[in-house]
Design a protein around this ligand. Structure first.
Ligand code: ADP
Ligand code: NI
Length: 206
């Protein structure tokens, strides 16, 4: 994964994968019943083939993870569990529930979402927006609470909208207590960042 994603510039780079891996491990330390191997494999493979870069093909990720694990000789039981986690991990729009079917999926989803908020989350949002050629902000474009994955996928709004459409809600959509604790400071930082951004936008900051 490090070799495959070294050159990636859209926010799904190896550095993101590494942070999610380390955070999933850290969150797993508070959950003795979690299978560490499955958690770590799923964290490392969760962005192996993101739908956003595969023509919206949502099965590309689970399929690529399955093929790679199979090639490594992993047992079918591990492959199936990792594949399911990768299918469940992604955010699909504010109005779309993203339930998890295992504690390992909860840990990986929490770790991935924690990397979308706070100082790094802010940087990733603007990096992604820049990658897509989007404006930073446009007060005339209202945020949308996407209630289907299809409408979320088609979204091309200015990057600041992404804070209202996803990032500022993530702290309330975490599964584990430790992730909620980590989210507090990241969320507060993001809120004060957006407030400053808007003040500077209109030149009314002190
Ligand atoms: P997830 O981590 O739930 O799979 P994504 O893969 O959709 O989320 O997002 C990966 C990163 O790209 C996150 O930091 C996310 O906030 C950012 N991102 C996704 N869509 C947008 C967007 N429309 N504007 C800005 N940033 C985005
Ligand atoms: Ni990710």
């Amino acid at each position: 994964m490090e070799q495959k994603f070294a050159q990636e510039g859209s926010g799904h780079d190896w550095a993101h994968i590494r942070r999610v891996w380390l955070m999933a491990r850290r969150l797993a330390a508070a959950v003795p019943e979690a299978d560490r191997e499955v958690t770590e494999l799923a964290a490392l493979l969760h962005d192996i083939a993101d739908w956003k870069f595969h023509n919206g093909d949502y099965e590309a990720g689970p399929r690529a993870a399955r093929e790679w694990l199979h090639h490594q000789g992993a047992p079918e039981s591990v492959i199936t569990r990792v594949e399911t986690i990768i299918r469940e991990v992604s955010f699909k729009g504010l109005g779309v529930p993203t339930p998890v079917s295992s504690i390992e999926a909860a840990l990986v989803q929490d770790a991935d979402r924690l990397d979308a908020i706070g100082a790094i989350g802010i940087a990733r949002a603007f990096a992604y927006g820049g990658h897509k050629g989007r404006p930073l902000h446009d007060p005339a474009v209202a945020p949308v609470a996407h209630d289907s994955f299809a409408s979320y996928q088609k979204n091309a709004a200015p990057t600041l909208n992404h804070f209202y459409e996803k990032l500022l809600h993530l702290k309330d959509r975490l599964h584990t207590a430790e992730a909620r604790r980590v989210a507090q400071e990241r969320h507060a930082f993001m809120e004060s960042y957006v407030a400053r951004f808007l003040a500077e936008w209109d030149g009314v900051d002190s």
